[in-house]
Structures are given as C-alpha cells and as structure tokens.
Design a protein around this ligand. Structure first.
Ligand SMILES: Cc1cc2nc3c(=O)[nH]c(=O)nc-3n(C[C@H](O)[C@H](O)[C@H](O)COP(=O)(O)O)c2cc1C
Length: 240
C-alpha cells in the first residue's frame, strides 16, 4: 500500500503490483490516488487457476477468472480514472496461441514462469527440471505456506507432509526472510526458504517444488531461445 512512498525520490522506478482480483485493483488504485496522486504504471494480473507459487488468498474461487478479470479491470480504470494501464497476464501461458488469447482479452503482455523451468539456462538442479518433464496437472497440489497464503507446487513427499500437517517438518528459521512468518513466529508450516533451496539443490522429495498448473507439456529441456520462439511465434526470437 505504501510503495509510492518508498519510491518518492525515484520517479524512474515503475510500480507494477501483482493482483488477482478486482478488489485488489480497487484498493491499490484508490489508496494510491488519494494518498500519493499516483496510479500503478502497469498491473500483473494473475490467473489464480494456473500460476505457480503463491496464489492470492481469495482468488481461486471460480473458473475462467482471467477472461472476466482483464476486461473488468480495464472498465474500472477507464470509468474511475479515465486511464488505460498496461495489463500483464500471468498464469498458464505456454505458447503463442496462449499469448494471442491474452492479448485478445486486452492484455498488453504476459508473464511466464513454469515454462522456463525446463530450460538449459534455468539454474535449478537438473533433477528439479526433470521432475517437471512428463508430469501432468494431476501431479500439482495446493498447499499452505508460512506466508499465510496457499501455494501451487508439484506433489512429492514434502507436499504430502505439509498437506497432512505432519509434525515431521523442519521448522527452524534459517534467514528471517519474511516480515510475518507462520514458521518463525508460530512454529507452524515449514521454513519456506530452506524448502525452496532444498528443491533448487535437487532434493525433489524433501524440497518444495513450486510449479504452475500448466505442467506436462514439456517433454525435454530446451534453450530459452526455443521457448521465446514458441512464445513469440518468431523462430529467430532474440534473447537479450
Ligand atoms: C518456481 C516458481 C517460483 C515463483 N516464485 C515467485 C516469487 O517468488 N514471487 C512472485 O511474485 N511470483 C513467483 N512465481 C510466479 C511467477 O512469477 C508467475 O507469475 C507465474 O508462475 C506465471 O504462471 P506460469 O507459471 O503458469 O507461467 C513463481 C512461479 C514459479 C513457477
């Protein structure tokens, strides 16, 4: 809510909040407009049915959400503030057809996460990447996190323990990384930094393998250039 205050002396910094519902857009825009005479420079609009990692708390309650949400946000911004703010759609985008679908709905761009896991350049351990090959959406679960929000990840021994509330979970805080943490403050859930680090280091059974719902389409590990070609539809896509 107070991001504009933090960047008051840095007008070149773009403020791009991530939202997954109209209520979040309304709260951010009204507050920023009143307090700071400012609106977001762009918004990342999450499709909570698909995004990997944390999911906004109230946002997984109906199907086809992004299809409704993008036009709703555009209408709201136009009606209330007479502005068009670029909307970046995130969640479940895999290829050019998905990009085109989001652009047709009014998005100005897309944010892609899961598809880049199975790239050569992804710096996670090879076993993390291989866990994403030949899986299916049936292997994806929603589990609680110490942040206090649900999160989407691949099913493994760790995820099963978290879901069942097993006492057999490491609850030692390793880095004091969150302002509010169920693990550090209440000895609940698990240490997220440790769990994600375990996964990135290749412990695919006892690590937390964040993943979007749109898994199962990757058959091999490819280069980022190949992913960009699939996303843009341009064979010689330039990777900066
Ligand atoms: C492994 C993984 C880690 C992620 N970590 C974060 C994160 O730390 N912060 C964040 O805002 N989003 C995070 N995300 C969400 C992505 O930024 C992105 O919005 C989302 O995954 C897009 O959906 P897709 O994975 O279906 O392409 C993560 C996603 C994945 C797959």
């Amino acid at each position: 809510m107070d991001l504009p205050a933090h960047t008051a002396n840095h007008p070149e910094v773009a403020l791009v909040p991530m939202v997954c519902g109209l209520d979040a857009v309304q709260t951010i825009c009204q507050t920023w407009h009143q307090r700071y005479d400012r609106l977001p420079d762009a918004l990342i609009v999450e499709n909570s049915q698909a995004v990997g990692g944390h999911i906004g708390t109230t946002c997984d309650d109906f199907k086809g959400q992004i299809e409704r949400l993008l036009p709703q946000i555009q209408d709201y911004l136009q009606t209330q503030f007479q502005v068009e703010i670029p909307l970046i759609a995130a969640g479940g985008v895999w290829d050019r057809a998905d990009v085109d679908r989001m652009l047709a709905l009014g998005a100005s761009g897309v944010q892609v996460g899961t598809r880049f896991i199975t790239t050569t350049e992804c710096d996670a351990d090879r076993r993390y990447k291989e866990a994403h090959l030949n899986t299916s959406s049936k292997d994806v679960v929603i589990l609680p996190s110490p942040v206090g929000k649900p999160a989407r990840a691949l099913r493994n021994a760790f995820a099963e323990k978290v879901i069942s509330g097993s006492a057999d979970l490491e609850r030692r805080c390793v880095a004091n990384c969150l302002e509010s943490c169920l693990c550090r403050d209440h000895r609940k859930t698990y240490c997220i930094l440790q769990s994600l680090a375990n996964a990135a280091a290749g412990d695919i059974e006892q690590g937390l393998l964040f993943s979007g719902a749109n898994v199962g389409r990757a058959e091999e590990i490819v280069s980022v250039a190949e992913v960009m070609a699939a996303l843009t539809g341009v064979r010689e896509a330039v990777v900066v």
